[in-house]
Write a protein that binds this ligand. Structure first.
Ligand code: ADP
Length: 642
């Protein structure tokens, strides 16, 4: 007896003990495994005719033995494959489950599990024992895998006449759930119609048939229509059928945001059925993710994930392409350079982008959702390959607007500028909408009634550089410093800026700004590299540094009173101000920050107490204790020190 892997065991327990009501989906899971296995063998038979067969899936039930048997003549599995494939729950299912588990509270595991394609393991939702007999194509021996779904499984050698797989489920005894219904072949027929009608291979079963008189005979009947969903005419297709196809083909549990179908007749003929998932799959942003559409030639699967059919930035789109124009015996390598394939890819890219544009125009909420899910991919598309696709994508990008408090397009931003044909498109960078909305620099743009776009993705600023403006309007980072901001200052002001600059000379340069209102200082960058870009480069291991500038609001009371300070009081105040600017930009503070802050607080606390003490001194002559802790040069109000 071999044990299930720990991870699978946990999930398996959930499946078995699930209070999940939709147990019937076990059938579509097993049928789709059978269909995949036949796909694989059919593909092999293209180059090895001896593997060809009358491909089909057969279902039998036996009420007295309480068994449901599903047989296919697909590729089959070797002993090792039985152990490896059926010993762990499909990684995709487990990952998705864990992710969702982390997100949703309050839902029981049982409710959740039902939404996942746990594939083969769903058999244990209805069976207390599962036997799989399989023989791999090209192998002489067959093997039997058996499990009660509890602790583990056993694999032994056995007989099977031909290559293929037989899955035998022993139905659980009825309790509050009626498991016996799955032994009724008529019920099985309705389930096949409901979930597996599109399967391209015949799903056969012996169905009783009344024959003239009262004698009951049975007849082998094909239960499914076998028309692939994408071959069906629009009018025979329900939205639900499309969504169901998506859900179980791509093991997703959330309906897609949209589907796109295309039927092209021209130089290259093809049918495509594409889906945009509601969220990126769990591995989308990892290097394990393989993009691609399934490529069929007249209903025969040629390639599962043909990456050449879809540009990288649309890698999240899933679906199938069926074309009669390809040679079935073509090798993968040759296929990748096929001219017709490229023509299809170009057509699909155009079609997808035009459907996105339509959605943006006609169903903004839905497009917003789509964009939020795949913003990174689309923005990356606009930036990648030296901006090769930027013009196709620039009107599909959305940014959070400071004024509108929702996502808007560049076009909407520019339209709102009205007659001003040269005003810049202002933007601010930061990690999140919340953090950006608190940037000190925003006060002025808000006062002036200017909108600011929030750049929350690392790639945003690079995209802006790549676009180099929109419709004649340049992009401007509200945090970048303008060159001659010191020109209008008085001599005293310049002297103060110089004093601050001297104190911070190894860290930042210092200049005045008129962008701030209630904040005394903020951090900015001058030159080509912004603070955000510096951060991105650092994350990628680069060492390109932004030229940091501390922008000073000369009208702020903290700054005007700074002139009167000297010595440690001045130094500490400047240190605190500089660290305030660091904090506002989301940086860590310096080690000297807290000691400086504490000294200032002590002085300030002391000053307050001193002031109180003065009031009461006449009556109760007391000595201010705080004077002992406060620095001698700051015993009184700092402003009096000179
Ligand atoms: P998934 O189908 O999502 O990969 P499953 O748990 O349903 O996950 O199946 C695990 C693996 O077992 C499959 O990927 C396949 O390799 C193998 N398998 C399952 N059923 C069959 C079958 N009828 N014939 C051949 N291989 C199968």
């Amino acid at each position: 007896m071999k044990k299930f892997k720990a991870e699978s065991k946990k999930l398996l327990d959930l499946v078995v003990n699930s209070i999940y009501t939709n147990r019937e989906i076990f059938l579509r899971e097993l049928i789709s495994n059978a269909s995949d296995a036949i796909d694989k063998r059919k593909f092999m038979s293209l180059t090895d005719a001896s593997l060809d067969a009358d491909f089909c899936i057969e279902i039998k039930t036996d009420e007295s033995k309480r068994t449901i048997t599903i047989t296919d003549n697909g590729v089959g599995m070797t002993e090792t494959e039985l152990e490896n494939n059926l010993g762990v729950i499909a990684a995709s299912g487990t990952e998705a489950f864990k992710k969702e588990r982390a997100k949703v509270d309050g839902k029981s595991d049982g409710e959740l599990i039902g939404q996942f394609g746990v594939g083969f393991y769903s058999a244990f939702m209805v069976a207390d024992n599962v036997t799989v007999i399989s023989r791999k194509v090209g192998e002489k021996t067959a093997h039997k895998w058996e499990s009660d779904g509890a602790a583990g499984f056993e694999v032994t050698e056995c007989e099977r006449d031909e290559a293929g797989t037989t899955v035998i489920l022993h139905a659980k005894p009825d309790d509050e759930e009626n498991y016996s219904q799955y032994l009724d072949i008529q019920f099985i027929k309705t389930l096949v119609k409901k979930y597996s009608d599109y399967i391209r291979y015949p799903i056969r079963a012996e169905l009783p048939k009344r024959n003239g008189g009262d004698v009951e005979v049975s007849e082998m009947t094909v239960l499914n229509s076998m028309t692939p969903v994408w071959k069906k005419q629009k009018k025979e297709l329900g939205e639900r059928e499309l969504e169901d196809f998506y859900l179980h083909t791509y093991h997703d549990y959330r309906d897609p945001i949209m589907h796109i179908s295309a039927r092209i007749e021209g130089a290259v003929e093809y049918t495509a059925l594409l889906f945009v998932p509601s969220e990126p799959s769990y591995d989308y942003f990892t290097k394990d993710y393989k993009r691609g559409l399934s490529l069929y030639c007249n209903g025969v699967l040629i390639m599962d994930k043909c990456a050449e059919l879809i540009p990288e930035y649309l890698g999240f789109v899933r679906g199938v392409v069926d074309t009669p124009d390809l040679n079935l015996n073509i090798s993968r390598e040759t296929l990748q350079h096929d001219r017709r394939l490229r023509a299809i890819a170009t057509g699909l890219e155009k079609k997808i982008l035009s459907e996105f544009a339509k959605l943006l125009k006609n169903d903004r909420d839905k497009y917003d959702k789509l964009f939020v899910s795949f913003a990174k991919a689309l923005k990356f598309g606009a930036y990648d390959n030296y901006g090769e696709n930027k013009d196709k994508l620039k009107d599909l990008l959305l940014y959070y607007s400071d004024k509108e408090k929702k996502h808007i397009t560049f076009k909407e931003y520019v339209d709102a500028l009205g007659e001003d044909k040269t005003a810049p498109i202002l933007y601010a960078c930061g990690e999140t909408v919340d953090k950006i909305s608190m940037l000190p620099q925003l006060e002025l743009s808000r006062d002036n009634g200017r909108d600011v776009l929030y750049f929350t993705d690392v790639v945003d600023e690079f995209v802006a550089r790549m676009l180099d403006g929109y419709d004649g309007h340049k992009f401007e980072n509200i945090a970048s410093s303008k060159k001659n901001e010191n020109s209008d200052n008085s001599d005293e002001q310049n002297a103060l800026l110089k004093r601050i600059g001297d104190k911070l000379k190894d860290k930042v340069s210092v200049c005045a700004t008129d962008k701030l209102k209630s904040y005394p200082v903020c951090l900015a960058a001058k030159g080509e590299v912004s603070l955000e870009m510096e951060r991105v480069m650092a994350a990628m291991g680069g060492a390109i540094k932004a030229e940091r500038v501390l922008q000073v609001n000369l009208d702020h009371p903290v700054i005007s009173s700074l002139d009167a300070l000297s010595g440690e009081a001045f130094d500490d105040t400047v240190t605190v101000l500089y660290n305030e600017a660091l904090l506002a930009e989301g940086y860590k503070t310096e080690p000297e920050f807290l000691p400086a802050l504490n000294r200032l607080l002590a002085v300030n606390g002391g000053a307050h107490r001193d002031a109180d003490a003065v009031k009461t001194a006449k009556a109760t002559k007391t000595t201010s204790k705080s004077a002992k802790t406060a620095k001698p040069n700051a015993k009184d109000d700092g402003a009096d020190e000179k």
